[in-house]
Design a protein around this ligand. Structure first.
Ligand code: IPM
Ligand code: MN
Length: 339
């Protein structure tokens, strides 16, 4: 089938890695009609616009969105912190109800990783609630009596749909092991909701083995005993932090893909590497397109192109040749999926 894909290359190495991702997807047989959208730090600097209502409405008409990276160069003073995060990335996640952030981690060669321990896990990060909703505010800003609050919003519906998705996924995997990660010993209100919901849903999935870890302990286990994890489900902020750690101890941030998905399919889902814009690598050939390629494979899988997605995922089980440039890595995987 042919799909209409909105491509947001974004900033820094974003356009370079999405180009390779599309190259590999097409080599594998995907039929994609793409339209590029100029969004991100550079676009904001030129136009003062982050994401207009019309652009958002237009994006909603696509089958999926493939995003590279968003963000100004480090030290840039033209884009205040939070403008692009809240106005673009989070706005898309919220407006499109991308309530699942699925992040797989797979060690391809433990001899070249930090811990030398193989990781094979998927984190299901709740993606529309928690500390990310923007609840809170500043009072008496700039005075000695200043107050800052930043709430964490957890709804039964939001928590349950993330947990259900994680159980469904765990059930399809060989180990069928699902771990809830939270901080129930301190966050006693939200932790109570997450833990209770987890136990209730677990009763419907007798084939899935469940466990629970506090988030601080999970950080140690990820480094010392990552084989404890198969599927992990957690809230938005814990998921953000834990997935950077999981990237670092598996193959590295250049290999970390993600799918921001709306399983109810009321609109397009968004696929993006976990890494940032890495402005210092622009044009050097030093940008690793692996995460973008894997994100594109996740996109094709979600669109129902199972055979093509599987072909790419299979090709991605080997590391690219060491020293290969961005385009060479794209060519390497492109050739592997072409036949
Ligand atoms: C991520 C990023 C984003 C997040 C930022 C850029 C808003 O760190 O996708 O993990 O915190 O979710
Ligand atoms: Mn992050």
């Amino acid at each position: 089938m042919k799909y209409r894909i909105a491509v947001v290359g974004g900033d820094g190495i974003g356009p370079e890695v999405t180009r390779e991702a599309l190259k590999v997807a097409r080599s594998a047989g995907a039929v994609l009609e793409t339209q590029e959208f100029e969004l991100g730090a550079a676009h904001y600097e030129h136009t003062g616009e982050v994401l207009g209502d019309e652009t958002l409405a237009e994006l909603m008409s696509f089958d999926a969105i493939l995003l590279g990276a968003i963000g100004p160069a480090i030290g840039s003073t033209t884009v205040p912190s939070g403008i692009l995060e809240r106005g673009l990335l989070l706005r898309l996640r919220f407006a499109l109800d991308l309530y699942i952030n699925q992040r797989p981690f797979l060690t391809l060669d433990p001899s070249v990783t930090i811990t030398h321990k193989p990781v094979d896990m998927v984190v299901i990060r709740e993606n529309t609630e928690g500390a990310y909703t923007g609840e809170g505010g500043l009072l008496r800003k700039g005075t000695a009596y200043e107050v800052a609050t930043q709430g964490s919003v957890n709804t039964r519906n939001g928590v349950e749909r993330a947990i259900r998705f994680a159980f469904d996924l765990a059930q399809t995997r060989e180990r069928k092991l699902l771990t809830l990660v939270h901080k129930t010993n301190v966050l006693t209100y939200s932790g109570d909701l997450w833990y209770r919901t987890f136990l209730e849903v677990a009763a419907e999935y007798p084939a899935v083995t469940t466990s629970y870890n506090h988030v601080d302990a999970a950080c140690i286990y990820l480094v010392e005993a990552p084989e404890r994890y198969d599927v992990v489900v957690t809230d938005n902020l814990f998921g953000d932090i834990l997935t950077d750690l999981a990237a670092a101890v598996s193959q590295g941030i250049g290999y970390a893909a993600s799918a921001n998905i709306n399983p109810a399919r009321t609109g397009p889902s968004l696929f993006e590497p976990v890494h940032g814009a890495a402005h210092d690598r622009v044009g050097t050939g030093q940008a690793n397109p692996y995460a973008a390629i894997r994100s594109a494979a996740m996109m094709l899988a979600f669109l129902g192109e199972t055979a093509i997605a599987t072909k790419i995922e299979h090709a991605l089980t080997v590391l690219p040749p060491s020293g290969a440039t961005t385009a060479e890595i794209g060519d390497f995987y492109g050739e592997r999926v072409a036949h």
